[in-house]
Design a protein around this ligand. Structure first.
Ligand code: GRG
Length: 298
C-alpha cells in the first residue's frame, strides 16, 4: 500500500470503504415489497469484500477537481452497483461459469441462477435510481445517468462482454485485446472518473487530465489482472486463477511475455501520474491509487 509523509492510501481506503459500504447498505435496505431472498442475494454480492476501486476513483476525482466528496457519494455507490451486477452476471454458467467471487461462493451458487440474474437486474436499476434521485442539481444527475448508461451499455461493458463471449479473445491481436478490455473494464474506470468530475463541476482541462489518467489506469489494471491470473494466489484473489491462460484466452503476458507486461504496466503508471500534473497536489490520492493497482496482489 502506498504511503507518503502526508498521505496513506491504506487509511484513505479504509475510510472510503466504511463510508461507501454504509451508503450501499442503506441503499439496499429495501422496504418489504422486496422479497427477502432477493434482498439477501443483492446484499450478499454488493456488500462482499471487494476493493471498491471504482467508488474510490469517483471520490478521488471529485476531490482532485476541488469538489465536495460527500456530494460524490451517490455516484460512488452507483458505479459499485453496476460493477457488482456485472460480476454476478459474468459468473453465471451462461457466461464465465465461476463458483468463487470475492472469496465466497458466487451469487448463483449461493442463491440459484434465477435469483442471481434478478439480483443483478435490480442492482443495475438501483444504480440509476440513486443517481437520478441523489445527485444534485438535477441537470448534473441527468448527465451522470447518461455517462454511466453509456459505460454500462452496448458499446462499452455489455459490448466488450459480447465480444468476449463470441470468442474474439482467442483470435485476437494486441489491438483487439486492448479494445475488448477498454470496453469491459476500462469504460467503468473512465465513467467513475467522469462522474467525480461532473459532480465537482470540473473544467475541461481537469476532465482531460482525468481521462488521460483513466485510460492508462484501465490498461494497467487489466495487465496486472492478467499477471495475477498467471501467478496470483487463489486465496488472495478470492476467485479462480490460471483460468484465462488455461482456456486459451489471449492475455497480455500471453502476447508480450511476463517481463514486458510488467514493464508496460510500470511505464503506463508513470504516464498516468504525469497526466495528473494539471490537477496539482489534490490528485495525490489518484497517484497513490495508480501505484496500488500496479502493485496489488488481488
Ligand atoms: C456481464 C454485462 C456483463 C459484463 C461483465 C466486468 C465484466 C464484464 C466481467 C468481470 C469478469 C472479470 C474477472 C473481468 C476482469 C476484470 C475485472 C472487472 C475484475 C473484477 O474487478 P475488481 O478486481 O473486483 O475491481 P472487486 O471484487 O475488487 O470489486
Amino acid at each position: 500500500m502506498v504511503q507518503s509523509a502526508t498521505f496513506s492510501l491504506e487509511r484513505y481506503g479504509q475510510e472510503t470503504r466504511t463510508r461507501v459500504d454504509q451508503a450501499l447498505a442503506e441503499a439496499t435496505d429495501f422496504d418489504p415489497d422486496c422479497p427477502a431472498q432477493l434482498r439477501e442475494a443483492i446484499r450478499y454480492s454488493l456488500l462482499a469484500p471487494g476493493k471498491r476501486l471504482r467508488p474510490m476513483l469517483v471520490l478521488m476525482a471529485a476531490e482532485a477537481c476541488g469538489g465536495n466528496v460527500d456530494s460524490a457519494l451517490p455516484a460512488a455507490c452507483a458505479v459499485e452497483m453496476v460493477h457488482s451486477y456485472s460480476l454476478i452476471h459474468d459468473d453465471l454458467p451462461a457466461m464465465d461459469d465461476d463458483d468463487l467471487r470475492r472469496g465466497r461462493p458466487t451469487c448463483h451458487k449461493a442463491f440459484g441462477e434465477g435469483v442471481a440474474i434478478l439480483a443483478g437486474d435490480a442492482l443495475l436499476a438501483l444504480a440509476f435510481e440513486v443517481l437520478a434521485r441523489d445527485v444534485r442539481p438535477p441537470a448534473v444527475a441527468a448527465q451522470c445517468c447518461a455517462v454511466l448508461a453509456q459505460a454500462a451499455g452496448a458499446t462499452a461493458l455489455v459490448g466488450g462482454q459480447a465480444d468476449d463471449l463470441a470468442g474474439e479473445f482467442s483470435a485476437a491481436s494486441l489491438a483487439t485485446l486492448e479494445s475488448i478490455h477498454a470496453r469491459k473494464t476500462g469504460a467503468m474506470f473512465l465513467a467513475s472518473l467522469r462522474l467525480g468530475a461532473l459532480v465537482a463541476g470540473a473544467s475541461d482541462d481537469q476532465l482531460r487530465a482525468l481521462i488521460a489518467y483513466g485510460e492508462r489506469l484501465g490498461l494497467v489494471f487489466q495487465i496486472t489482472d492478467d499477471l495475477l491470473d498467471v501467478r496470483g494466489e487463489e486465496t488472495a484473489m478470492g476467485k479462480r486463477t490460471g483460468k484465462d491462460s488455461g482456456r486459451g484466452k489471449l492475455t497480455f503476458p500471453g502476447i508480450l511475455g511476463i517481463d514486458e507486461s510488467v514493464r508496460r504496466a510500470e511505464s503506463l503508471v508513470l504516464e498516468a501520474c504525469a497526466a495528473l500534473e494539471p490537477l496539482g497536489s489534490r490528485a495525490e490520492a489518484l497517484q497513490a491509487l495508480a501505484h496500488y493497482v500496479l502493485e496489488r496482489n488481488h
